[in-house]
Design a protein around this ligand. Structure first.
Ligand code: SAM
Ligand code: DTB
Ligand code: SF4
Length: 327
C-alpha cells in the first residue's frame, strides 16, 4: 500500500516566504506536521527540557490601552482593580521563591501604555538588577519604549523584553485601536538595537482566521533575527472584556500554531503561554511535543490563574521531562 511517507533524509526544507506557504504547513496532516516540527525541535533544542518562566504583575490594572482581550485595560469593566506599583523587595522575594520552586526566568509585567522616565522606571531597573543578581534570566513587559530606555534596560542586565505582535497586521485593528501594529514593530526594533533579546508572540482564539495566525507567524519569523522567545497564548476570555463570550480555542489549533511556529523559527524558544488551565495534561504535552520549549510556571499569570506548580512538575515527571537551567 502506498503512503506519503517523507524520508528522514530529506528534511532540510526551504522556509516558507508567504502566508499561503505557511498555511500549507499549518494544515498538513497532523502526523506530518508533528514529525516535521519534532525534527526541527530536536535539531536545535533538548526536547526533554522545558524552560520554566515565572510571571509577576508588578503594576496591575488601570491601563490606558484598549486591548480587547485584556482584563487590565481601563476601557473594560472587569474584576481587576488597579493596584499600587510593587516595591523592589516584594518583587525580589517573589523571584527568590520562584527560583526555589525551579523557575530559571523571572518575567515582570506592568500595565502601562509606555515607559515613562522617572522613579517608576528607575525602580524597574532596580528589579532587573536584583533578578539578574539571583542568577535568573530577567524579562520585563512595560508597553512601548524608545531606544534610550531600551539601552538603560540593557545596561541593567535585562535578558529579554516582551512585546507581542498579538495577531496579524490585518486583524490588529479589530482588537486594539489605541496603538498600531507599526508602533509594536518600532518598540521591538528599539529592543533589538539595544542588544536585548526579543520576546514576541501572540494570542489565538480571538476570532481571527487561520490566515491571520499564519500571517502573524510569518511576520514574527521575518523580524530577522526572529524573536528569541515566542509566547503563544490561547485567549483567556475574561468577563467584562469585549472578548468574554468567545469559545475556548480547540487544543489542536494550539498544537498546529505551536508546531508551525517551531518550523518557522527553529532556534527560538516557543512558549506555551496563557490558556493552559483549560487544557488537559495530554493536550499540553502534545504542545510540548509539537515544539514548545517553555511554559509559564507558577500559580498565577498576571491577573488570571495558571496550573499549580506541583501539577506542572508532576506532568513533566510523568513525561520524563524536566525544567531547563538558566542560560
Ligand atoms: N502592557 C504591556 C503590553 O501590552 O505589551 C505588557 C502586558 S500585556 C498583559 C502582555 C501580553 O499578555 C499581551 O500582549 C497579550 O498577548 C497577553 N495577554 C493579555 N491578556 C490576555 C488574555 N486574556 N489571554 C491571553 N493572553 C493575554
Ligand atoms: C505573554 O505573551 N503572556 C503573558 C506575558 N506575555 C506577559 C501574559 C498572559 C496574561 C494572561 C491574562 C492575565 O493573567 O492577565
Ligand atoms: Fe495595557 Fe498591555 Fe493590557 Fe494592552 S495588554 S491593556 S497594553 S496591560
Amino acid at each position: 500500500m502506498a503512503h506519503d511517507v517523507v524520508p528522514a533524509s530529506s528534511l532540510v526544507r526551504p522556509q516558507p516566504r508567504d502566508a499561503t506557504a505557511v498555511r500549507a504547513i499549518y494544515e498538513l496532516p497532523l502526523p506530518e506536521l508533528l514529525f516535521r516540527a519534532m525534527e526541527v525541535h530536536r535539531r536545535h533544542h533538548a526536547p526533554a527540557e522545558v524552560q520554566l518562566a515565572s510571571l509577576l504583575s508588578v503594576k496591575t490594572g488601570g491601563c490606558a490601552e484598549d486591548c480587547g482581550y485584556c482584563p487590565q485595560s481601563a476601557h473594560h469593566e472587569t474584576s481587576v482593580a488597579p493596584e499600587r506599583f510593587l516595591e523592589v523587595e516584594e518583587v525580589l522575594s517573589a523571584a527568590r521563591s520562584a527560583q526555589r520552586g525551579g523557575a530559571s526566568r523571572f518575567c515582570m509585567g506592568a500595565a502601562w501604555r509606555e515607559v515613562k522616565d522617572g522613579p517608576a522606571f528607575e525602580r524597574v531597573l532596580e528589579m532587573v538588577r536584583g533578578v539578574r543578581a539571583l542568577g535568573m534570566e530577567a524579562c520585563v513587559t512595560l508597553g512601548m519604549l524608545d531606544e534610550r530606555q531600551a539601552a538603560r534596560l540593557a545596561e541593567a542586565g535585562l535578558t529579554a523584553y516582551n512585546h507581542n505582535l498579538d495577531t496579524s497586521r490585518e486583524f490588529y485593528g479589530q482588537i486594539i485601536t489605541t496603538r498600531s501594529f507599526d508602533d509594536r514593530l518600532r518598540t521591538i526594533a528599539a529592543v533589538r538595537k539595544a542588544g536585548v533579546e526579543v520576546c514576541s508572540g501572540g494570542i489565538i482564539g480571538m476570532g481571527e482566521s487561520v490566515d491571520d495566525r499564519c500571517r502573524m507567524l510569518l511576520e514574527l519569523a521575518a523580524l530577522e533575527p526572529a524573536p528569541e522567545s515566542v509566547p503563544i497564548n490561547a485567549l483567556v476570555a475574561v468577563p467584562g472584556t469585549p472578548l468574554e463570550a468567545l469559545p475556548p480555542v480547540d487544543p489542536l489549533e494550539l498544537v498546529r500554531t505551536i508546531a508551525t511556529a517551531r518550523i518557522l523559527m527553529p532556534t527560538s524558544r516557543v512558549r506555551l503561554s496563557a490558556g493552559r488551565k483549560g487544557l488537559s495534561r495530554e493536550s499540553q504535552l502534545m504542545c510540548l511535543l509539537a515544539g514548545a520549549s517553555s511554559i509559564f510556571f507558577g500559580d498565577k499569570l498576571l491577573t488570571t490563574g495558571n496550573p499549580d506548580a506541583d501539577a506542572d512538575l508532576a506532568m513533566l515527571r510523568a513525561a520524563g521531562m524536566k525544567g531547563a537551567q538558566a542560560r
